[in-house]
Design a protein. Structure first.
Length: 285
C-alpha cells in the first residue's frame, strides 16, 4: 500500500497485461442463465449480444484496475442474493432503511436489490476508485439508477462518507477485507461501526479458511489475509472494545466457490482450506 491509501499495490502497479495469473481469457462460464435473464430484463440487452457486451465491459474495468474479480469475471454474479439476510435487507430498504456498500465496483449487487424492488435513492455505493461509469455502460440505466456514489477509502473516510456516521442500517462489504492485514481490517471495521446505528447489520462475503486462525497467503504480488470463524469473531470483539460497541459475528457459512455461482477452482492456488465466508454481523449493544 502507498501513502495513506488502503488500496493494494498490485491493483495499481501490475501492468494491465492479460498474462497475469488472475486474468482468465475465457469467462463464458460466469455468464450464467440467471445473469443472462437479468441483463435481458433489467438492461434490455438481447440474448445474443450479452456475451460480447460482457467482454467489452470487462476490458473497460481492467484498464482502471487489475482486480482479480475483474480478471476472473467474478463480478458478473451478485453475491448479495446468496446472503441469508437478503430478504431482511430488502424489507429494511423498502421500509426506508439506509444501506452503504463498501467496495461497490460497478454496482452489480445494488442493481439486483433494485431489480427485486428496493428503492435506489437510499443506497450509497462507496469505493476507493470509481468504476461507476463502467457500471452505467454495463447495465444501461444511467437515467433510472439513483444510488449515491461516494469515492472514498473506507480506512481513511472522506468528509462525504463521514457525513453518514450513525445513520446506516445495513453495511454490505464483499471481497474487500481479505485484501488487508489485521491492522487495516481493524481500521476498516472501526469506520464501518462509525457509520452504523443501533440495531444495524453488516453483511458480506470474503475469502476465508476453514480453520487455522488468521492466515496470510501470497502468490507473486497478490496477498490475502484470511480468517476462520473464530478469528473473525475475535476481530469484531476487538473492534467493539475500541468503539464502545458490541457485535455478534457468529452467523457464518463457509461456502464452496461453486455454491456462489463461480468457478469451483476460482481460488485453487490458496489450497483446500480456502472457502468464501458468508457472514452476517449484528449490533447487539
Amino acid at each position: 500500500m502507498k501513502g495513506d491509501e488502503s488500496e493494494p499495490d498490485y491493483a495499481r502497479d501490475e501492468a494491465k497485461e492479460k498474462s497475469i495469473f488472475w486474468y482468465a481469457e475465457n469467462i463464458d462460464n460466469e455468464v450464467t442463465p440467471d445473469f443472462r435473464n437479468f441483463m435481458e430484463v433489467y438492461s434490455g440487452i438481447p440474448h445474443e449480444k450479452i456475451l460480447a457486451h460482457v467482454y467489452e465491459i470487462r476490458d473497460k474495468a481492467w484498464v482502471i484496475r487489475a482486480y482479480p474479480c475483474t480478471g476472473q469475471g467474478l463480478f458478473l454474479n451478485p453475491l448479495i442474493t446468496k446472503s441469508p439476510a437478503y430478504h431482511e435487507i430488502l424489507e429494511k430498504l423498502k421500509s426506508g432503511g439506509r444501506l452503504v456498500e463498501v467496495g461497490s465496483f460497478i454496482g452489480h449487487d445494488l442493481r439486483r436489490l433494485v431489480f427485486d424492488g428496493a428503492p435506489s435513492e437510499n443506497m450509497y455505493a462507496v469505493d476507493i476508485v470509481s468504476h461507476w461509469d463502467v457500471g452505467f455502460d454495463m447495465f444501461k440505466d444511467r437515467q433510472s439508477f439513483h444510488v449515491n456514489f461516494i469515492e472514498s477509502d473506507i480506512v481513511h473516510p472522506s468528509t462525504q462518507l463521514l457525513a453518514l456516521s450513525g445513520t446506516v442500517d445495513i453495511i454490505f462489504i464483499s471481497k474487500v477485507l481479505h485484501q488487508w492485514d489485521h491492522e487495516t481490517q481493524l481500521a476498516a471495521l472501526r469506520s464501518i461501526i462509525a457509520l452504523s446505528k443501533p440495531g444495524s447489520i453488516v453483511v458480506g462475503f470474503h475469502a476465508a479458511v476453514l480453520d487455522g486462525g488468521f492466515i496470510a497467503y501470497e502468490k507473486g504480488s497478490l496477498k490475502m489475509w484470511l480468517h476462520d470463524a473464530q478469528s473473525w469473531q475475535e476481530m469484531w470483539d476487538e473492534a467493539g472494545k475500541k468503539t464502545g460497541s458490541k457485535w455478534n459475528a457468529g452467523q457464518v457459512i463457509m461456502r464452496d466457490f461453486g455454491q456462489l455461482g463461480n468457478a469451483p477452482d476460482a481460488l485453487a492456488w490458496v489450497g483446500e482450506n480456502c472457502r468464501m465466508m458468508d457472514f452476517v454481523v449484528r449490533s447487539i449493544a
